[in-house]
Design a protein around this ligand. Structure first.
Ligand SMILES: [Zn+2]
Length: 460
């Protein structure tokens, strides 16, 4: 039995986006999913995301705004900031003072960072001390093959890229766990969240002592010696470094039907990928389009590359400085008249833990891009109405709901920092299962829906 005519007319239906897609759209969702896996494997840090985004944008005709003279209708440029944040811009027909269409995603993900002096020796092993970045359930990071990604500025001031653990023949690193045979005390005394404690996130990195009879810490010295031979490093170099410890695993299809993707870093690189594809598809828009990729969301959007900085203002100022009409007083007016989507992930229902959600307002993976209207900013009925009409008219599968039950916690997004300009903004992003884990799960239907949603929004 299907639904009654009156039900169809009056009631909001929650259904899979897959059933709404045409055969052609299904194919596109799968093709985009393959491309997304390539993106995820290439991008495990915010710096790598910036590089990959610029590489892809350049191939679609975007040029460095720093090198462009005067901008005109239809021009495509990118703005890069400190190698950790980037914006893609397509100049619209209307003047900036009428506002921009902005989407904002973040390209940092939860991870472990090496401490300033990470290397030590214990029980004939060499290890790295780490510090969690963002919301990390510590125990999830034990027994997972780990890679090291980052940059190091050496004693002489030269900067090197440092990546180990991704190539087939590379070694990986690991945080050791306690075997079940000996964990009776741990089981009895620790709550789940303390199964592994912050100071126990120690990564094993070596085990052969150096052949140097006078050396005290022979295994530590041996590891340092390897790093000196391969990269010319001394221990002090690690003090001026940003080394991120991330899962060494690759993105994979999930399910017999291959409808999902499992990978590290999908918060928020899933929305970053969808918004990247969207802005690359924008042609001669009415309003100037801006896709912003920022850093530091996972630790509160702080820092000079996060959404709390003046990056949005600075980008608009940069556009004005290359426009015919150099009216810098227009920056705040332009932002106030802008419309924005905060492209950030949300929690999809995990059937095993349904209890964490209000079922009547839950979000499901595979049901399309998810609007969460109330996250910290409280979107207006007018703006919600506008976005809803736009997506309905263009047949974008979307859903609306909330991250989880009121009393269980919650999260913030870049929306709360951009809304201070007075622009309209709502959170609209891709739902994930196992968010913040080393292997988060998304649906290809949602990656594709988000791409379509951002594209019609930017082009509107
Ligand atoms: Zn997050």
């Amino acid at each position: 039995m299907g639904e009654s005519a009156l039900e169809k007319k009056l009631l909001l239906k929650k259904e899979s986006a897959w059933t709404k897609f045409s055969e052609q759209e299904r194919k596109m969702a799968f093709t985009m999913g393959d491309n997304y896996k390539v993106f995820l494997d290439a991008v495990k840090t915010e710096r790598e995301a910036v590089k990959e985004i610029i590489k892809r944008a350049k191939a679609k005709g975007f040029e460095d705004i720093a090198k462009s003279k005067e901008l005109s209708y239809g021009d495509k440029v990118y703005f890069v900031f400190k190698e950790k944040a980037v914006a893609l811009i397509v100049i619209g027909k209307e003047g900036l003072e009428t506002g921009l269409n902005v989407t904002g995603a973040h390209i940092d993900s939860p991870r472990l960072d090496l401490k300033p002096t990470p290397l030590y020796e214990d029980s004939s092993l060499a290890l790295f001390k780490t510090r969690p970045y963002g919301g990390v359930k510590y125990y999830q990071w034990a027994n997972v093959p780990l890679a090291l990604h980052g940059v190091i500025v050496k004693k002489d001031g030269t900067k090197i890229d440092f990546v180990i653990g991704e190539n087939e023949k590379d070694p990986v690193f690991v945080i050791g766990d306690l075997l079940p045979h000996l964990s009776r005390k741990q089981d009895a005394e620790r709550k789940a969240k303390d199964t592994l404690k912050g100071e126990e996130l120690n990564v094993i990195v070596g085990g052969i002592p150096i052949d140097d009879k006078d050396a005290k810490q022979k295994v530590k010295l041996a590891v340092m010696n390897i790093l000196n031979t391969s990269h010319g490093l001394i221990e002090e170099d690690l003090a001026s470094a940003e080394i991120e410890v991330v899962p060494a695993t690759k993105a994979k299809d999930v399910g017999f039907d291959r409808s999902m993707i499992g990978s590290y870093g999908q918060d928020d690189r899933s929305c970053a990928f969808s918004q990247l594809n969207a802005i690359m598809g924008v042609q001669k828009p009415k309003r100037t389009c801006l896709a912003l990729f920022v850093d530091k969301e996972e630790i509160g959007s702080t820092g000079n590359t996060g959404a709390q900085s003046f990056i949005l203002e600075n980008i608009v100022r940069e556009i004005i400085s290359r426009s015919k009409n150099k009216d810098y007083s227009a920056v705040k007016i332009a932002l106030q008249n802008s419309k924005a989507l905060s492209a950030d992930v949300t929690a999809g229902v995990n059937p095993t833990f349904k209890d964490a959600h209000d079922e009547k307002n839950a979000i499901y993976i595979g049901h399309g891009i998810a609007i969460d209207p109330l996250v910290k900013t409280g979107a207006s009925a007018e703006y919600l109405g506008e976005i809803r009409k736009l997506w309905n008219d263009k047949k974008v599968p979307w859903q609306i709901g909330e991250l989880g039950k009121i009393d269980l916690g919650g999260g913030g997004t870049v929306a709360m920092f951009f809304s201070k300009y007075g622009l309209d903004i709502i959170d609209a992003g891709i739902p994930l299962i196992s968010m913040h884990s080393p292997f988060e799960i998304s649906s290809k239907a949602d990656i594709f829906s988000a791409y379509k949603a951002y594209l019609v929004f930017l082009s509107s």
